[in-house]
Design a binder for this molecule. Structure first.
Ligand code: AMP
Length: 622
């Protein structure tokens, strides 16, 4: 296995010189920055001692950006100019946003630009990259004040499911904030780093990450100095907020309330959240409120009831867990530890359900809100060269297969799903037509057999292929995915060395729901896809044969008598009639008849070609 050495050349610190580097958990709801101080990773607080920074930015009329708690407070009164959840928008297109339940209803004025999301605020239009940069800028400043110097760089965490565009956009945001990105690190991997080092743990681990709005699960193997993500899965629309919402609905039922004014809904929802959090430590709690029409509410809920009404939400997290385990090819008994990440994993019945599922008590001794930032800080410390005697290795995986479009609209997978990163794979392709001098390379991502069912990532053209007969050119296409999960593709014609390449910066993002959907589709459509693939291949083969026969007829039809010519033409027509709709087997059968019908023609052509080759040559030259 190719291992990646993370300690980068040229970054070795001079003795005793500590280079300042931080880990940043750039979250959907909250962000944190952490650093290793006196050998310990710690989250860095603001001037008020708070370590979390709400990932909310409010834009003022003179172009200023208020980031964090004040912006969060202002959100209710100034929703259009106060941007939260930028992480759900980053690296995605307008149509992605409109198609996504999680983002469709965000109260922003979106611009018309399909490729880059623009949010119209009173300070002008802002992209999610700029919003994220504003958050990162505050964290950078906090770190520099706290650590007393300029940062060498930062490790920034991203969800394991972030695709190329989302990762690239996150990097762009960091650059905009003046941060040197040492590495993008998958969030579960960061959590594993925090636990792996603190506990000196080795083996296969599951990372169960239930945040406010999202759920992610990853299966990793940890051995001393080596982290490898085997598989990832999740649900982008499931988190602590759903527990609040369920409790809010229960509260309405108990008090026979329906369709309240917006202000009452907001009040009850925030009380439901507080009640949920207090039920983590208390056995019961009372929700008290006075609604805008003067009605008073005082409803007591105990743990048992809360657990009962929200159990189905926990059950929903276990499906992605099972799928990730299937993908990683591990059984429950192989899992040596379950790492809990995200504030919602504090809930007792979540911990109980996870314990029952895996047959073991999950690891909860690190703060589930801080664990990702802490792991990122440890990684940053190594990458900055502060730990040169201890080499770290870190391996992640590709969430979806990466491949190419081949003739007939079929995908050829070059890098399969869950391949360990970084990775590079090459595959040889050839030209399909005689004299073909250019080849369009269409890079796609997804599990399905047909290109039309996969996500298009990039297209580029390899030009300058010398004219040759079909199938003679050797075009090597190399896919390379770096440690940050970013893809570059190159194509090289082997005999001439002509080359073309592209760094894939797709204009559309895939969120984890889309990835989950694509995986589900690939399973559901497996049989149909196989038939479709077989058909498409049969069509390509038959067309190739017909082209060859037509070329031969154009050159050497005089070798045939009328009957032979008519028979070949009839066989050609027969194949042609089957191409549009017939099944693979039928197309192959008719192509075989065409092939047989042309046997004697092929023989005559071969004789003629040999005669031509020998003409005028002396025996000694042959
Ligand atoms: P995160 O996105 O990781 O910050 O998680 C936020 C979620 O964790 C929210 O839904 C919070 O209500 C939830 N949460 C935070 N603390 C607790 C707690 N003590 N008990 C239950 N849920 C909590």
């Amino acid at each position: 296995m190719a291992l990646l050495q993370i300690a980068e050349p040229g970054l070795t610190a001079a003795p005793h010189q500590h280079r300042l580097a931080v880990g940043i958990d750039l979250g959907t709801t909250n962000s944190l920055v952490a650093a290793v101080r006196s050998g310990m990773a710690v989250c860095l607080p603001d001037a008020f001692g708070r370590v979390t920074l709400p990932s909310v930015v409010r834009y003022g009329s003179n172009g200023d950006a208020d980031v964090g708690f004040d912006a969060l407070k202002a959100q209710k009164i100034d929703p259009a100019n106060t941007i939260s959840s930028a992480k759900r928008l980053i690296g995605r297109s307008l149509s992605d946003i409109h198609a996504d339940e999680n983002t469709r209803f965000l109260p922003y004025r979106f611009g018309e630009n399909e490729r880059v999301i623009e949010l119209h605020t009173r300070a002008g239009s802002k992209t999610p990259i700029e919003v994220s940069a504003d958050i990162l800028r505050v964290l950078k400043q906090r770190a520099e004040v706290s650590l007393g110097g300029e940062l060498v760089g930062a490790v920034i965490t991203v969800p394991a499911y972030f695709d190329d565009a989302q990762r690239q956009a996150t990097k762009d945001a960091a650059r905009l904030a003046g941060l040197n990105v040492l590495r993008l690190l998958n969030e579960p991997t960061a959590a594993a780093i925090a636990y792996g080092l603190d506990n000196r743990a080795e083996g296969t681990f599951a990372v169960y990450d239930l945040g406010g709005g999202t759920f992610d699960v990853s299966i990793l193997t940890l051995s001393r100095g080596l982290f490898e993500v085997k598989a990832t899965n999740g649900n982008s629309a499931l988190g602590g907020d759903d527990f609040d919402h369920r409790l809010f609905c229960w509260l309405l039922e108990q008090n026979h309330l329906s369709s309240l004014p917006e202000i009452d809904n907001a009040l009850l929802l925030s009380l439901a959240r507080a009640a949920k959090e207090s039920l983590t430590t208390d056995n019961s709690t009372t929700i008290q409120a006075t609604l805008s029409d003067g009605t008073s509410i005082a409803t007591t809920i105990d743990c048992g009831t809360f657990h009962q009404i929200t159990q189905h939400l926990i059950a929903k997290t276990l499906e992605p867990v099972k799928q990730a385990m299937r993908d990683a090819n591990v059984r429950k008994q192989d899992i040596k530890g379950v790492i809990m990440v995200g504030g919602a994993t504090r809930m007792r019945h979540v911990q109980q359900a996870v314990a029952t599922f895996f047959g073991q008590t999950p690891l909860t001794n690190l703060n589930p809100d801080e664990v990702v930032a802490l792991g990122a800080a440890m990684q940053a410390n190594v990458l900055a060269g502060n730990k040169n005697d201890e080499e770290w290795l870190l391996l992640d995986v590709t969430p979806l297969s990466l491949g190419l479009e081949t003739y007939g609209g079929l995908t050829e997978k070059v890098i399969p799903r869950n391949s360990t990163l970084p990775t590079a794979r090459a595959q040889d392709f050839t030209t399909f037509k005689d004299g073909q001098t250019a080849m369009m390379i269409h890079v796609v991502q997804g599990e399905r057999e047909l290109v039309s069912d996969c996500r298009s990532l990039a297209r580029f053209t390899l030009r300058g292929i010398p004219p040759m007969v079909a199938g003679a050119a050797r075009i090597r296409v190399t896919f390379q995915v770096d440690a940050d999960g970013l893809l570059s593709v190159s194509a090289r014609e082997q005999t001439t060395g002509v080359q073309a390449q592209i760094e894939v910066k797709p204009s559309y993002g895939l969120d984890d729901a889309a990835i989950t959907q694509m995986l589900k589709d690939s399973i559901a459509h497996a049989a149909g896809d196989a038939a479709e693939r077989a058909r498409a291949e049969a069509v390509v083969e038959a067309q190739s044969l017909m082209d060859a026969v037509n070329n031969a007829l154009a050159l050497d039809a005089d070798l045939l008598n009328d009957d032979e010519h008519a028979a070949i033409q009839a066989a050609l027509n027969h194949v042609q009639t089957k191409l549009a709709n017939a099944e693979a087997a039928v197309i192959r059968e008719t192509a075989q008849i065409l092939s047989k019908t042309t046997d004697s023609f092929a023989e005559k052509r071969m004789n003629r070609n040999i005669q031509r080759a020998l003409q005028g040559k002396k025996l000694a030259e042959i």
